[in-house]
Design a protein around this ligand. Structure first.
Ligand SMILES: *[C@@H]1O[C@H](CO)[C@@H](O)[C@H](O)[C@H]1NC(C)=O
Length: 920
């Protein structure tokens, strides 16, 4: 044990020394392909379409593209897809070795849309598909994508396309003069001014051998008439993305960044190369499908300094339209770009979901409150924490165990001294309706006596070095090997290790946390793996798949959970690293944040960025991972976390214990109330996650999703909507007792004091320490469960409360989803999906999906109708099973800024029946 401990301490020191300083991560200047792409001069594109090579198939067209400077040929393919989506691919025509195409992110993107080829001439051609078209110009190559008559997205308008073809390494001294071929001698015009790092580069003592030389690809994409672009997580930066003219580009390269800095474009743990532009007329998006290291420059135009350099973009000599010009470049692979034309935010979510999949409905417990720290020390510690939540009347669904629960950081094992009875410990949690999560990371301790290492080693299922030996990197267990997740056998074997007879001490109530899967390698370049490492499974360098490694890991975990229950139960997996498509199998948290006000503030833009790029079950460590929050920060953080999708408190090993009851009674009461508020709104969250699986619409939304035409909301990233019914403005300013809230158009009801606010307007509202400003939108009906218990599973058959907040016309609507909350039976019809409408004085609740046959034990406990002008003379309920009956009600008139509240008591009708309630 002593030795293990020393290794852990050494590992910790390595992490601290490597990561605390931003100089340990590459700047663009230190990345040769980043420099080369930034150096491309606008307006001089050498790429031309050879129109006479155009060939047409059922799915699309293909045409040669020539780099006139190098005389290298490329193939350009265009595929019009269903639902206003276009795919563009550019690859080398005759590469000396095959270029890599990322095979894991997509689940769709193959449904062809019929198209028509028109206006074909030497100057280019047009493809019409649906109500869209793409106009391709030959010289230089450009493509303009229209929705109806509106030019939405322009490809290569600034001429920054650059595709580095594979070439043979110059062998100066080895080959005698005259033996060089065209691939060896740089063709005229391809001589890079900056040849440093073409064939080898090093960073901080790590050398990248780059055996295949330069191979990067880049293209510029303009969003026309746009001012705001969003997405491309993960960065600790604003939601509306900033210009990068005086900073590095935004970087996508999955990294374990120790104590990350705020408000900059540095890479973090995950990557989604998907960007959305939103204007009051048009929402559109692109997905740059490439899993290698990627950088993105952003420039807003027109800009007086650069307008003159834009060529061929806008004919007729009018002034250039405003646009956001983005420049994407990746270290290797091909150009594989999806353009999604919306035209509305919800359309883009659906279009992107059709490509990379939707978030599966999570089990309800995962939407409850999670209690984590590094570490709960032993079974007794877990037992006490579990009991204390009940003693202090605080709901909690899941307890988490970090790396110390294992036998020396050997995942799938238990520390025999601290956790000798894991099944009994788990049973003690489930007896109170709770679950357990344990951590499993992809670095495997190199120990022949450790079954999981030996099995993988014997079958050669680990990543190799460039020389073909098993890679040895430093991580929590010390010397570690890393699963080669490109090998189906490695994935399969890893998934099988979740079978209950293999993972001893686990059961169907044990769920999984995948951390360090960037992958984190403490002694590697930028705290990750060497790019020239080899993945034997696909026979590719790590460089090609780096950004998707984390996805392969958590997706295999998900598969393991499916197998252990024979596909019966919904998995729950939390991952730190992610890529496009991660939403299909994992929830994501924003990694190792810090207990300070800035990190609380940044949770909003970070979670918004993830949500709009498909990754929707997301949260940030409540309280901050590093450091000790004071009670004010901690209580403000609980208030925010309670209204964000994934709600987990977590803390570093070196921090003071911070379970809620360790604080003064005021702090404890704020934390308790926040968590209880979360549980009351679980029916709303759960309904939104069901709808998320159907449509791709994220539960946590920026204002422009519900108010696409309200320009006042486009730059807002300190508040969010839950669905389209709650507006939440977390207080993230130290010591603030008021908050400036932007109210989008319409009426908004303060959920606590029932004051009314009219938007659009920015108002300063009172936000004393115990209050987070939350408003229900006029026009919405929100389902709640107001009898909060110690865990969500104990509330399954509890009754509902419906809160009706009418709009200016007296109308409102909402939806409610109900099922067994943890199995996949809902996909066989075991669900209820109800629509709710309030029109004037009648509330109608009825099934909107007739396939739903679930029978719930829940019934309707009360209906609250806000803002009625007078006391009703009579309230009646009519249902199919019970005919018509009179209901009791209680009316509190408006007073002192509060709207009136009508409480209709005990309708008593079960949620299985369609019914109406009429107010007279
Ligand atoms: C389970 O709970 C019982 C009753 O509180 C306790 O005596 C026992 O030690 C617990 N077991 C574990 C492993 O925590």
């Amino acid at each position: 044990m002593a030795r293990t401990f020393r290794l852990a301490v050494a590992a910790l020191l390595v992490a601290v020394v490597c990561a605390v300083d931003r100089n340990n991560f590459k700047s663009c200047q230190q990345s040769s392909f980043c420099r080369r792409h930034r150096a491309v001069k606008p307006g001089e594109s050498p790429y031309v379409i050879l129109e006479n090579t155009l060939s047409v198939t059922e799915e699309g067209v293909s045409v040669d593209l020539l780099n006139e400077r190098t005389r290298v040929y490329f193939t350009l393919e265009l595929y019009p897809l269903k639902d206003a989506t276009l795919r563009l691919k550019i690859n080398e025509k005759n590469p000396i070795r095959q270029r890599f195409e990322e095979p894991y992110a997509l689940v769709g993107g193959t449904l062809a849309e019929g198209f028509e080829l028109v206006d074909r001439s030497a100057d280019g051609f047009t493809l019409r598909f649906g109500s869209s078209r793409v106009v391709v110009r030959s010289k230089p190559f450009q493509a303009e994508v229209y929705n109806g008559n509106d030019l939405v997205i322009s490809l290569n308008p600034r001429g920054l396309l650059k595709f580095e073809h594979y070439r043979t390494k110059p062998q100066g001294e080895v080959h005698p003069e005259g033996e060089e071929d065209a691939n060896v001698v740089p063709p005229p015009g391809d001589v890079e001014d900056d040849t440093d790092g073409l064939w080898e580069e090093s960073f901080k003592g790590h050398s990248d051998s780059k055996p295949h030389g330069p191979s990067s690809v880049g293209l510029d994409v303009s969003f026309v008439n746009s001012h705001h672009v969003y997405g491309i997580p993960e960065h600790a930066d604003s939601f509306s993305l900033k210009e990068t003219t005086s900073t590095d580009p935004y970087r996508l390269y999955n990294l374990d960044v120790f104590e990350y800095e705020l408000d900059n474009p540095m890479a973090l743990y995950g990557s989604v190369p998907m960007m959305i532009s939103h204007t009051s007329r048009q929402t559109s998006a692109i997905f740059w499908h490439n899993a290698a290291e990627t950088w993105i420059d952003i420039k807003k135009l027109p800009d007086s300094n650069v307008v003159s350099s834009i060529t061929g973009f806008f004919s007729g000599g009018e002034s250039d339209p405003p646009q956001v010009s983005t420049h994407w470049f990746s270290e290797s692979g091909i150009i594989d770009l999806f353009v999604m034309l919306g035209p509305r935010p919800l359309d883009v979510f659906r279009q992107y979901g059709a490509l990379t999949g939707f978030n599966n409905l999570p089990p309800l417990f995962s939407l409850g409150y999670h209690q984590c720290r590094w570490n709960y020390n032993d079974e007794e510690d877990v037992r006490q924490v579990n009991e204390n939540f009940d003693t202090h009347d605080i709901p909690m669904d899941v307890m988490w165990l970090d790396i110390e629960h294992t036998d020396g950081k050997r995942y799938f094992t238990w520390d025999q001294h601290k956790f000798p009875h894991p099944l009994e410990m788990t049973a003690n949690l489930t007896a109170r309706g709770r679950k357990l999560v344990t951590i499993v990371d992809p670095h495997i301790k190199r120990d022949q006596n450790y079954f999981f290492y030996k099995e993988n080693h014997d079958r050669d299922l680990f990543v190799h070095t460039k020389d073909g030996t098993e890679f040895d990197g430093w991580c929590w267990p010390g010397s570690s090997s890393y699963l080669d997740l490109t090998n189906p056998e490695a994935r399969n074997h890893y998934s099988d290790t979740y079978m209950l007879d293999r993972y001893k001490g686990s059961n169907l109530d044990t769920f999984t946390w995948n951390d360090m899967n960037e992958p984190s390698v403490f002694n590697g370049p930028e705290v990750t793996m060497q790019k020239d490492n080899l993945h034997p499974g696909l026979s590719v360098e790590h460089r090609e798949i780096h950004n998707v490694y984390g996805l392969l890991f958590h997706q295999s975990t998900y598969e393991g959970h499916l197998r252990r229950s024979e596909n019966r139960l919904r998995p729950f997996i939390l991952t730190r690293s992610f890529y496009s498509g991660s939403q299909r199998s994992a929830s994501v948290w924003t990694g190792d944040n810090t207990a300070d006000w800035g990190h609380l503030r940044i949770t909003e833009p970070m979670l918004l960025s993830l949500s709009v790029t498909g990754i929707t079950h997301v949260g940030a460590d409540v309280g901050g991972f590093f450091g000790n929050p004071d009670t004010l920060l901690l209580s403000r953080w609980y208030q925010a976390g309670a209204f964000q999708p994934f709600f987990r408190a977590h803390a570093h090993l070196d921090t003071k214990r911070r379970e809620p009851w360790l604080f003064d009674s005021e702090t404890l009461s704020i934390i308790r109330n926040s968590i209880r508020q979360r549980y009351q709104y679980l029916p709303l969250w759960y309904t939104l996650f069901y709808e998320n699986e159907l449509t791709g619409a994220p539960p946590l939304r920026p204002l422009w999703v519900a108010f696409p035409e309200d320009e006042g909301g486009f730059g807002v990233d300190n508040e969010h909507l839950i669905g389209s019914s709650l507006l939440v403005r977390p207080v993230t300013e130290e010591g603030a007792t008021s908050a400036s809230v932007y109210f989008p158009p319409g009426v908004w009801y303060d959920v606590l004091d029932l004051t009314l606010h009219q938007g659009p307007a920015t108002r300063t509202v009172s936000a004393p320490r115990e209050k987070i400003p939350v408003y229900q939108r006029g026009g919405s009906i929100v389902p709640k469960k107001e009898r909060v218990r110690r865990a969500s599973s104990l509330m399954r058959n509890d009754p509902y409360t419906l809160v009706v907040a009418p709009d200016a016309n007296g109308n409102a609507q909402g939806s409610l989803y109900i099922d067994d909350e943890h199995t996949f039976q809902y996909r066989q019809g075991q669900f209820l999906y109800l629509g709710m409408w309030f029109e004037g004085s009648v509330l109608t609740v009825k099934k909107v999906d007739p396939r739903g046959k679930y029978h719930t034990g829940s019934w309707l406990e009360r209906v609250i109708v806000l803002g009625r002008t007078k006391r009703p003379s009579k309230v009646t309920l009519t249902s199919s099973a019970h005919g018509t009956q009179t209901l009791e009600s209680h009316f509190e008139p408006a007073s002192g800024g509060r709207v009136s509240r009508l409480t209709i008591r005990k309708p008593g009708v079960t949620m299985n029946e369609d019914f109406t309630i009429t107010i007279q």
